[in-house]
Design a protein around this ligand. Sequence first.
Ligand code: FES
Length: 62
Amino acid sequence: MFVCICNAISDRQIRAAVDHGAASLAEVQCKLPVANCCGHCEDTARQVVDEHLLDRRQRQAG
Ligand code: FES
């Protein structure tokens, strides 16, 4: 699913950036040009990052 239409960034790409060490939307933005144009995707992109971080922590804990 595309999260950022302006830059054609998918949720999968955002999760991959988290898997490669990004721990916030700002850190994802160092790797991907997400939410840097109209900004309409920012809340959704942040949600994808936060949910993936939480999933990873739960998997590591459990
Ligand atoms: S949809 Fe992501 S910056 Fe416009």
